[in-house]
Design a protein. Structure first.
Length: 96
């Protein structure tokens, strides 16, 4: 097993949900790129960027919820209380 990083087994449903969100975000990014090459108005592009940021926030919320309900809970149940510290550090970094 690869010791460089941790892994998490995800259900097919979770994988589908997360990849669907990412595929939509990828499409939005391509749309913004096209808007730039088409010399679209700055405000229109900025509104699309805001939509992407909202979509990324929704992705993060879904993934964070899953992480807490599975990884963090499992670690605590297995006596790995440092999972709480890891979660706190994660929240500090992601809530800038």
């Amino acid at each position: 097993m690869d010791n460089c990083c941790r892994h998490k087994q995800r259900s097919e449903e979770e994988i589908k949900s997360l990849t669907t969100r990412l595929n939509k975000i990828e499409g939005q990014i391509r749309g913004i790129n096209k808007m730039i090459t088409e010399d679209r108005y700055c405000v229109d592009i900025l509104m699309q960027v805001s939509s992407v940021q909202s979509a990324l926030n929704a992705f993060n919320k879904e993934l964070l919820s899953s992480h807490i309900k599975s990884c963090v809970v499992d670690d605590i149940r297995n006596g790995k209380d440092e999972a709480v510290d890891e979660l706190c550090e994660l929240l500090k970094k992601t809530m800038k």
